[in-house]
Each structure stands twice: as structure tokens, then as C-alpha cells.
Ligand binder design. Structure first.
Ligand code: GLN
Ligand code: ZN
Length: 768
């Protein structure tokens, strides 16, 4: 009999109950008890929904982040919060969120660093260590959750989930430059003690997540795995080592031979490795196969999975477990919420689309169906399988998914599409002649403050309480305000301010054919922050221009050049749930063609500078280095196709809000944007070193104003930053601009900051 289980369930609640409880508590509007009781209710509801599984994850729930939880379990708090007054919960949130000196008490504590969890859009709090770090067991959180689960589910089903020791150290950052791996021998006794306590509490299985097994590991890290699990093997509970998000490749034998009772592998992304693992895995071990995609929202083609799974099941017999590919943290909670709308929130997905989708709850049903089909034969679930097949077929054949003219458009792409008329130097001369910009031209990244009035108007418009005409009038007034302010400030290249945009991806998705939007499809990004990725379900086309009228309106208000503002194809792709029936690059190419049409329409409408944001280009890098080049090749190609259908006189900008270009500088150069604006203000311009070393040939706007902070940068600061930039990049190729868009700031902060920025540019011009 194959067992069915789950690796982790979303913790935000079907209606984001956790978010509201967290934020209420942080604001002081509700008590710790209220937060903790909401958390308990969510856990109970989650277990309720998983009760039919053979093993249910426990300890996957978190009040903020599972890596931070692990740091607390291991007694590894940053020194700056140790010994602070207040409860454990206070200390926990202080590491998570920091606390500024403006708070009621004067314990100013900065937040732990946050970074992306592998290739997901989930962010964890990076554990901090030093050579002197000492760990101590603090099992209370997990034991409490275990006790709750035991009451609700009985002991047999509860399977605690923890992050493994090797992955934990790999995620850690040494504050003193020491080697986190050197702490392994310090750490293992704490894991041993934890496993023993879990065994004492009566659990049979513990899931230990070691996702770094799907990344490139050097010998030291490989040896660390052997050492760690040989040490932990003396402990009583049976251990399932869980890997996910990719393939094991050269770690396959290592993973198979660890002295543990079972291994979980990602059977979606690592489908082609399953047979190999089955062959390598010693005969006494359980193999858990993640056969349902935990990273996407599509219904599983159960028949197709069973076709490859049944022979595997026949080989493994009782040793087979079935699960989603990874924790369901990365998908929304429940598709049921999308089915019927109400007045406040009308349904947004039609029944046909809903039929093609599966969220966390639905994915668990799929795992169970697979389990029954394997254990009792397909006949036992014949009706459900037929239903599933009908949905899969309807999606496969749908004309909403397959649009002939889009496919023909992609088929007609030639290498000329990605080619500008002339090389940068010639273009730059023509652009300079047309734009007549001064040295050190000033500009902004696109958005101006999204004020409460703007948000209110948009909400009212969406609820049909504000007419289209009134909404347009109000947005135009906002655009006018932004243009007037920029003229007053004396900026050289203006923007319209993006008042009409809710979000840089959603705004375009809503106007493109082939995109859909859920109402409650929230996924945790970090802490209480959730995102609702749009669903790219079909071939992408652009029925009509998306930004031209707004940009033209803005241009009509000023004699200064106006920059058209678009989101690039790679970023739109990387921030969406995408199709699983064609390669990502295929969808990206369709997006590129749609953006290209928009670029060309803007140009035809007299917009001579167009910015195409690629904020998420770097995020799409695969986990394995060997796959980087392939990704970068098609990503850069898609950007070029979107951008390069214009004449030499039209200036193309791109923007990226990060600063790690070391390993991708060659690709950035291949994008060949006339101007690139990047985030640099916090790094003292050192990040330009790589552009200098590469002899990056085009223009660069290194951000001089940290828009994440309410601080107003001084003229001197900005002059000094730009002078450092000019040591690395010739002044003729430098722009002066903020790090990113200003939508999260207040006008009262933006105006003085930009005044200083313009003043800094004037000083710089006099100095040269
Ligand atoms: N043009 C966008 C803005 O200014 C860019 C945002 C981003 O890069 N994240 O808001
Ligand atoms: Zn940005």
C-alpha cells in the first residue's frame, strides 16, 4: 500500500486570516492572545483539510517564517535581540521586522536580512551566525503544535517537519566572515536532542527538509551530509529527508545512500530522475514521490501521471509514498473561494478556467486519488479520473488557450526582430541630437506616490461606484500633478507617474488576452505580505494599446521629453503563474511580441524614450548554474525582441531594481538598452565596478536616492555618490536618478529629495 502525505500547507488561511491577525497585533490593535488563537484556528483548519492523508505535516505553520522558526528552535538568536525585554513573541517579531527608535520603547533593533527561498517568491529570514555561535534546543513551538495535532489527528498521523542541519547552515550568513559549515558539530547534538524529544512525544516519522540537495554542492557540503546523517542515525524517529524544486543530478547517489529511512524527491521537475532513484535507493527505504506540482496552479493530468507511476509503484510496493512535489506554501489555499462571488468581490474566474485549476486543497485531493488508483486500481476512482480527463482535454483543446494568429506571429519572428538599426554609438548620437539633454541628465524610474485618493478611486472604479469617465478624469489630474511637479523640479526626462497602475504586472496582464486573475489566489511572499500572481493561461495577444493614451496625454502637457513606461516580458512572466503545457520561453516570446507592439505604437505616437522594466530578470535564474546560460539567452532575446523594433532615434531604457550584476553582466550588455537604471545608492557605487571592468558601453543611471527609506538624501551625498560613479564610468554616459519607483513614498518626501537630486546634477555639470 502506498501512503499519501503532505510536506507543508499554506499558513496564511483561506482569506488571509493570519495576515490580518499579524498586522492587528503589530499595530497594537489586538493582543498576543488574539494572534495566537487565530494561529491555532488556522492550524486546526489546515489539519482538518488534510485529515484524510496518512501523514500530516506538523510544525509547518509559522507566525512569520519557517527558517526564523528553526533559528528559534535551535536557540540561534542574533546577539542584538538576546536579553531584550519582552516576551518570546516580541523577540521573534523583532528579528523578523526590526524595530525602529521611533517605537514606544527605545530598543532600536534592525531586522534580520531577508532573501528568496530558492527559486520561489517566498522570502526567509537569513540565520545569522559567527564562529562563536552556540546552539541550544528550544523545542516548545514544535512540541506545542505536535500536542495540538495529536489531539486533533491522533499520534499516528502527525509528522513533524523541520529544516535539516546542512540546509540550515547553508542558508546561514556568518557575520564575522567565518565558515558556517564549521558549526556543524556544534549543531548536530541539538538536532539529536530534538529528534529524541519528538520520539518521546510519540512520533514515528520526522520530515527533514534538505532542499539544497537539488543545487550545486562542493565536496565539503556533500561530506557534511554524510557526516550529519551518520551522526543523527542513532536517534529514534524514522527520518524522511525531503528534497524539492529540482533534480538531484550529481547528488543523487549521496541522497539515496544517506542513512535515513526515506527520501522525498520532486517528481514534477525531477520526473526524468525517478527511475534512477528507484534503482539506486536501498531496498529498505521509503521513496516519497512528489507527483503533483506544488509550484503551480494547474490541475494534474492524473492519467498521464499514473501511466508512469504505476510501473514505479509495482516495483516499490509498500515503499512508495505519494505527495505534492514540495510544500504547498507556494500555491493559494482553496479554489472553492473562487467559485461564487459576492457584491463586494464579484467572481473573476469563469467556470471553464476554474475547471482547469487546482489550489492547495485540490492538490491534496489529487494526491489521494493517485494513491487510491495505485492501491486499488484505476477502476476504484474511475469516475474521478474521467472527470479529470475531461478537464484536461478541455484545456488542451480550448481556443482560449491556443490562438492561431499568436502562434503564427511567433513563427514569423526572424533574427532581425532583435536587432536595432545601428550600433549603440551611432544611435546615441542621433538620440542626443533629438533629445538635447544636458550632461548628467536627471530622470525618475516611473512611479510617483500612489496616494490614498488614487487607491480609493481605483477601488471605487472596480466596484463600479465610479464611472469610467470619472476615473479617467481623476487619473489625468494625478498625471497632470506629476508632470507639473517634475517641471517645477527641473527634471530633464519626465514620466507620467503611473497613477493608473495598480501593479506593474497586473496592469498589463489585465489588458492582455490570455491572462486571468483570481480573487483569493494569495501566496505568502514574506511575513504578512502576500502576492496574488496573475494566471497566464493561454496564448498572449494585445487587443489594443495599453499605455499609449496615458503617455500621449502626459506628453501633451509639457515640452520636455516624456518617457513611456512598460514592464518587460521576462518580468511579467516571472511574476505570474505560467502555463505548464509549453516551455516558459515560449510564453515569454508571446509576451515579448505584445510588448513590442506597444513599443512601436508608443513610438508612432511620438514618444521618443521608452523604458522597459525588467525588475525580475535575475529572479528567473535556475538553481543550477549549468542552466543559467540557456535561461539568459532566451530572456535577453525576448527583451531585445520587445525593445528593438524602433528607429535609432528612439531611446530605449531598462530598469532593474537590484545590484548584483557580477555574474550576469555579459547578458545585461547583450540587452543593449541605450540606458539602464539600477539600484546602487546603498552600496556606495562599488557595484559599478563590474560595469567598469566589463567596459560596459552604454549609458547607466546608478540610483543615488534610496527610495526604500523615508530619509531625504542631501545634495552633498548625491554629488559624492555620482563623483564615485564618474570614477568608473565616463560622465557623458551617466544619468542621475533614484534607485527605483517612488510609488511607496509620500509627496512630502519625494519633492525635497528630487530637489536635492536636481541640484546635485547641476553641481556635477559645473564641475566638469
Ligand atoms: N516603473 C516602475 C516604478 O517606477 C518600476 C518598479 C520596479 O522596478 N519594481 O514603479
Ligand atoms: Zn525598481
Amino acid at each position: 500500500m502506498a501512503l499519501v502525505h503532505n510536506l507543508g500547507f499554506p499558513r496564511i488561511g483561506a482569506k488571509r486570516e493570519l495576515k490580518f491577525a499579524q498586522e492587528g497585533f503589530w499595530k497594537g490593535a489586538s493582543s498576543a492572545d488574539q494572534l495566537l488563537s487565530t494561529a491555532k484556528l488556522i492550524r486546526a483548519a489546515n489539519w482538518q483539510q488534510q485529515a484524510d492523508l496518512d501523514l500530516v505535516p506538523v510544525g509547518d505553520f509559522s507566525l512569520y517564517d519557517q527558517v526564523l522558526d528553526m533559528s528559534f528552535t535551535l536557540g540561534n538568536l542574533p546577539a542584538r535581540v538576546q536579553g531584550l525585554e519582552g516576551s518570546e513573541l516580541d523577540r521573534y517579531f523583532r528579528v523578523a521586522r526590526g524595530r525602529s527608535a521611533q517605537d514606544s520603547d527605545c530598543n532600536s533593533v534592525h531586522a534580520g536580512e531577508m532573501t528568496k527561498w530558492f527559486d520561489t517568491n517566498y522570502h526567509y529570514i537569513v540565520p545569522e551566525v559567527t564562529a562563536d555561535t552556540r546552539f541550544s534546543l528550544n523545542p516548545e513551538r514544535i512540541l506545542t503544535q505536535l500536542a495540538e495535532a495529536q489531539i486533533q489527528l491522533g499520534l499516528a498521523k502527525a509528522k513533524p517537519v523541520i529544516i535539516g542541519p546542512v540546509t540550515y547552515l547553508w542558508l546561514s550568513k556568518a557575520k564575522d566572515g567565518s565558515d558556517p559549515l564549521a558549526l556543524l558539530d556544534q549543531l548536530l547534538p541539538v538536532y539529536s536532542a530534538l529528534l529524541e524529544q519528538l520520539a518521546d512525544a510519540g512520533v514515528a516519522w520526522v520530515q527533514i527538509d534538505e532542499p539544497i540537495l537539488v543545487t550545486d554542492l562542493d565536496t565539503r557540503w556533500k561530506q557534511a551530509f554524510e557526516h550529519a546523517y551518520h551522526t543523527l542515525k542513532a536517534n529514534r524517529p524514522q527520518v524522511l529527508v525531503a528534497t524539492y524544486f529540482g533534480t538531484l543530478q550529481d547528488n543523487l547517489q549521496l541522497a539515496c545512500n544517506l542513512p535515513v529511512a526515506g527520501l522525498h524527491i520532486d517528481g514534477v521537475r525531477g520526473r526524468e530522475e525517478v527511475t534512477k532513484v528507484v534503482d539506486w535507493l536501498p531496498g529498505h527505504k521509503v521513496l516519497s514521490i512528489g507527483a503533483v506540482d506544488g509550484r503551480n496552479i494547474w490541475k494534474t493530468d492524473l492519467k498521464r501521471v499514473l501511466d508512469w507511476l504505476e510501473p514505479v509503484a509495482a516495483k516499490l510496493g509498500d515503499r512508495l509514498w505519494l505527495a505534492p512535489s514540495c510544500s504547498l506554501l507556494h500555491v493559494p489555499v482553496d479554489l472553492e473561494s473562487e467559485v461564487s462571488g459576492d457584491e463586494d468581490k464579484p467572481a473573476t474566474l469563469d467556470s471553464e478556467l476554474i475547471r482547469w485549476l487546482a489550489f492547495a486543497r485540490q492538490k491534496l485531493v489529487e494526491v489521494q486519488l493517485l494513491g487510491r488508483a495505485v492501491n486499488e486500481g484505476r477502476e476504484a476512482v474511475a469516475e474521478q479520473l474521467a472527470d479529470n480527463q475531461a478537464a484536461i482535454t478541455s484545456r488542451r483543446l480550448s481556443e482560449r488557450v491556443h490562438n492561431r494568429s499568436v502562434k503564427a506571429g511567433v513563427g514569423g519572428v526572424t533574427s532581425g526582430f532583435g536587432q536595432r538599426q545601428s550600433a549603440y554609438a551611432q544611435r546615441a548620437a542621433k538620440q542626443a541630437e533629438r533629445l538635447k539633454l544636458p550632461l548628467y541628465p536627471t530622470t525618475t524610474i516611473g512611479s510617483f506616490p500612489q496616494t490614498a485618493e488614487i487607491r480609493k478611486a481605483r477601488l471605487a472604479y472596480k466596484k463600479h461606484e465610479l464611472s469610467e469617465a470619472d476615473y479617467q478624469t481623476q487619473m489625468k489630474a494625478e498625471i497632470e500633478r506629476a508632470v507639473l511637479e517634475q517641471e517645477k523640479l527641473g527634471l530633464d526626462l519626465l514620466v507620467h507617474g503611473e497613477a493608473e497602475r495598480n501593479d506593474m504586472v497586473e496592469y498589463f496582464g489585465e489588458q492582455l488576452e490570455g491572462y486571468a486573475f483570481s480573487r483569493f489566489g494569495w501566496v505568502q511572499s514574506y511575513g504578512s505580505r502576500c502576492v496574488k500572481p496573475p494566471i497566464l493561461f493561454g496564448d498572449i495577444s494585445r487587443p489594443e494599446p495599453m499605455t499609449v493614451a496615458w503617455t500621449q496625454f502626459a506628453q501633451s502637457l509639457t515640452d520636455k521629453p516624456m518617457k513611456g513606461m512598460l514592464t518587460g516580458p521576462v518580468t511579467i512572466l516571472n511574476w505570474s503563474f505560467v502555463r505548464d503545457d509549453q516551455p516558459r520561453k515560449e510564453s515569454c516570446m508571446q509576451l515579448a511580441l505584445a510588448i513590442r507592439q506597444e513599443v512601436q505604437d508608443l513610438e508612432a505616437a511620438g514618444v521618443h524614450v521608452i523604458q522597459i522594466d525588467e525588475a525580475a530578470l535575475r529572479e528567473g535564474l535556475p538553481l543550477r548554474r549549468s542552466e543559467w546560460q540557456h535561461y539568459l539567452d532566451w530572456a535577453v532575446n525576448c527583451f531585445r525582441i520587445s525593445a528593438n523594433g524602433v528607429s535609432d532615434e528612439t531611446q530605449i531604457h531598462t530598469h532593474m531594481c537590484y545590484s548584483e550584476f557580477n555574474d550576469i553582466i555579459e547578458s545585461i550588455a547583450r540587452m543593449d538598452a541605450d540606458v539602464i537604471t539600477i539600484e546602487t545608492s546603498r552600496s556606495d557605487m562599488e557595484l559599478l565596478d563590474v560595469f567598469e571592468a566589463f567596459e560596459y558601453p552604454n549609458e547607466i543611471g546608478p540610483g543615488v536616492y534610496d527610495i526604500h527609506s523615508p530619509n531625504i538624501p542631501s545634495v552633498e551625498q548625491m554629488v559624492s555618490l555620482m563623483s564615485k560613479a564618474a570614477e568608473r564610468i565616463p560622465a557623458e554616459r551617466l544619468w542621475v536618478n533614484p534607485d527605483c519607483g517612488l510609488k511607496t513614498r509620500q509627496w512630502a518626501e519625494v519633492i525635497p529629495a528630487l530637489e536635492n537630486m536636481v541640484a546635485a546634477a547641476r553641481i556635477l555639470r559645473l564641475q566638469t
